[in-house]
Design a protein around this ligand. Sequence first.
Ligand code: GDP
Ligand code: MG
Length: 161
Amino acid sequence: MTASKKIVLLGHFGVGKTSLVRRFVEDTFSDNYKVTIGVHILKKEVKLPENQINLIIWDIEGSEDITRTRSSYLLGSHGFIYVFDTTRKSTYENLAADLEHIRSNYNDVPVLVVGNKSDLVTRAHLRENKQHFSLAQYFSSAKTGENVETLFEDLTKKLIE
Ligand code: GDP
Ligand code: MG
């Protein structure tokens, strides 16, 4: 039997949530995605060595204020991917507080933290922002594909533990 698991991508507008999902599900990238309005739900089968999981991926519209994300989108989620944009400080300066908010409201639900657009940042920039960036488990690029499959697969593994 194939289990279904719902995951939701969180993070500000324009950080690359839709792009990451498109890269993962369709292996494509576009420089001009339209702003997501409401929610797009996509499905992808993930085959792990001993399991097959149907990932139900909720690509919701971004929000500058996580506490105002519609709770109906988050209901029943088995995992979260919190995406920030490594090139835009406003998307990661409140990262710690945002994570605290998610963890206190969704106790046992795993959260992966992803710094996206790694293709655009220098090592110096990563060093300068060490304090914020150390909260990220992955740096990804929806453009080059760096780490995209890995991060979705690692979250999927956590969902079945
Ligand atoms: P969302 O609002 O979080 O869903 O962000 P989108 O996926 O719509 O992406 C916003 C913009 O950033 C688009 O113009 C994308 O082409 C661009 N973008 C997304 N991910 C990357 C990335 O990894 N690298 C680069 N260079 N651009 C990206
Ligand atoms: Mg979007």
